[in-house]
Ligand binder design. Structure first.
Ligand code: ZN
Length: 184
C-alpha cells in the first residue's frame, strides 16, 4: 500500500491562522493502512470531512501534536471525539508533549478518557509504535512550549516534520542524528 501526506492546512503562526489566510487543519499521513493526523489546528475536523474524498477520523490510528500552541492543537478535542465516535468507541492513540496534558493543558480530561492509548512525548525519544509506523521525537525546540520535531519511519521510508521554533545550530545537527537513529 502506498503512502501519502495530505495537507488539510499548513497554517503559519497566529496572524495567518486568525485570518485563515492559509487553513490550519494540519497534516493527514497515510503509511500503508496506518493513518495519523498531525497538528489538528482550528478547522481540522471540518477540513478533514469536507475533503474529497473525505478523511475519516474513525479510521485514524493516532493523533499527534508537535506542541500545544493553538494553531497546532485547536481542534484536538474535536478530533478525539470524531476518532472515537463521540466517545462511544474507545480507540486510537494520542501522542503529545507532556505539557499538553499538564499546566494550561489543551487536551480536555473528558476527551482523554475516550482514547485507548496516551503517550507523553519527551525529547529525543522513541520509537513510539503507531500501527506499522515508528515515531521518533527530535530534541526540544527553542519555542515557548514543549515542542518536538517528529520523524515517522515506515517500511524504509522516513518523513521528518520540523515544526515551530527559533533556529539554532544544534537543531540541524541533532535532527540529522535523530534521522540516523531512526534509520537503524
Ligand atoms: Zn508554536
Amino acid at each position: 500500500m502506498g503512502s501519502s501526506i495530505l495537507f488539510l492546512g499548513s497554517g503559519g503562526a497566529r496572524f495567518v491562522v486568525a485570518r485563515q489566510l492559509r487553513a490550519s487543519g494540519g497534516m493527514w499521513f497515510r503509511f500503508g493502512s496506518t493513518q495519523i493526523h498531525v497538528d489538528p489546528g482550528p478547522g481540522a475536523l471540518v477540513r478533514a470531512l469536507s475533503h474529497v474524498p473525505p478523511c475519516n477520523p474513525r479510521e485514524l490510528d493516532a493523533i499527534v501534536l508537535s506542541h500545544k500552541h493553538l494553531d497546532h492543537s485547536g481542534d484536538v478535542n474535536a478530533m478525539i471525539e470524531a476518532m472515537t465516535s463521540g466517545g462511544f468507541r474507545r480507540r486510537g492513540a494520542l501522542l503529545a508533549p507532556a505539557d499538553a496534558f499538564d499546566d494550561e493543558h489543551v487536551v480536555l480530561p473528558y476527551t482523554l478518557r475516550f482514547v485507548e492509548r496516551v503517550e507523553r512525548l519527551t525529547a529525543s525519544s522513541g520509537p513510539y509504535p503507531i500501527g506499522d509506523v515508528e515515531l521518533f521525537t527530535s530534541l526540544q525546540h527553542a519555542h515557548a512550549v514543549q515542542t518536538y520535531g517528529l520523524h515517522f519511519v515506515y517500511d524504509g521510508l522516513r518523513v521528518s516534520y520540523l515544526p515551530c521554533g527559533r533556529y539554532f545550530d544544534a537543531l540541524a545537527r541533532l535532527c540529522r542524528a535523530s534521522s540516523r537513529r531512526a534509520r537503524r
